[in-house]
Design a protein around this ligand. Sequence first.
Ligand SMILES: [Zn+2]
Length: 391
Amino acid sequence: MKKRKIGRLLFWLLLLVVVISATGVTVAMNLAEEKMDMQQETESETEKTSETEQVNYEVPKPDVSEQLLTVNDYSRPGEKTDGIKYIVIHYLGNPKTTAQENHDYFESLKDLQNCYMSANYVVGLEGEIIQCVPDGEVAYASNQENHESISIENCHMDTTGEFLKDTYISLVKLTAYLTETYNLGREQIIRHHDVTGKDCPIYYTEHEDYWEDFRDDVMTYRELCKKQVVTDEELETILKGLAHTYKDKSEAREVEETESEESENRNGKDEYYEEDFVSELPDSSYTPDTSYTPDTSYTPDTSYTPDTSYTPDTSTPDTSYTPDTSTPDTSSTPDTSSTPDTSFTPDTSTPDTSGDSSGDGGTTVTPDPSGAASGGEAGAGDGSMEAVEEL
Ligand SMILES: [Zn+2]
């Protein structure tokens, strides 16, 4: 009986062992499977990340027409910056001028030599971008920040300084690209106004909230570029600042027509208006300088040439002197020694005429061109005033 009991017990024990080990195996197998799954997942994840690395999403460089200025003292001094801490946004203040025209103006300063002005980039009315001064080189745009910034000038259609849609989109792209390239944050995108207090870019000093929208747009675009390729169509739906830009030129013109009357009223009365538009607008302010050419009205100074009327006075005495020399010649036999006397006659005659004409005529004529030149400089003076600011 005891043996039977022991036999049963052993049987149950064996059964238990079998059951336990079986469940153990299945649990272990499940665990193993889970592990496998986990591994597969992580593998597929690493595959994914390597895929993204291969695609290498980044902020693309917008189309830039590189037209570097000739190195010169007035628009491209050729000095290296002390690093790049800011991207400084400007508006040209010269409605309707194109990026090319402004680039060409900057280039012409090497010859005009009447003011210091330029920018690293100019964004045009069609959204075109021209680079005038390389990154990392000083441009004359942002005053005391010229040595640690990149400046971007922007074209616009009217005195409000509101950008066209195409200009705005290009500006966002360019600013995003530059801030990404030089590892700058949102707060390092600044206005010329933030440097000097000047109303530049005026649309974003009069609408602080739009300015914040612009900085947001730049950062949004940057973030999005890291995940995917962003098309222009998508960009138009993303950028909130586009609500504050003209869709096209015709829209701007309509506003401008109604505004031109206002600006006429403001002009002359409002010092702020004068300062802002005269100083930032070299082109318009300089063109009147050609009105200074009337300085050639100084040429009437040649009316002083009647000074030659004095010459007759000297010529007559000259001949009267000659008889004097003739008389002594006959009286004294050592005529041969007196022959030098004839040499004296030419001496007196030539100095008289040349002396008079060069005396009056010379002094009056020379001031004339210098007077015209100083007239021109006076006109350029407006520019150089501004130039001091830009420096
Ligand atoms: Zn400015």
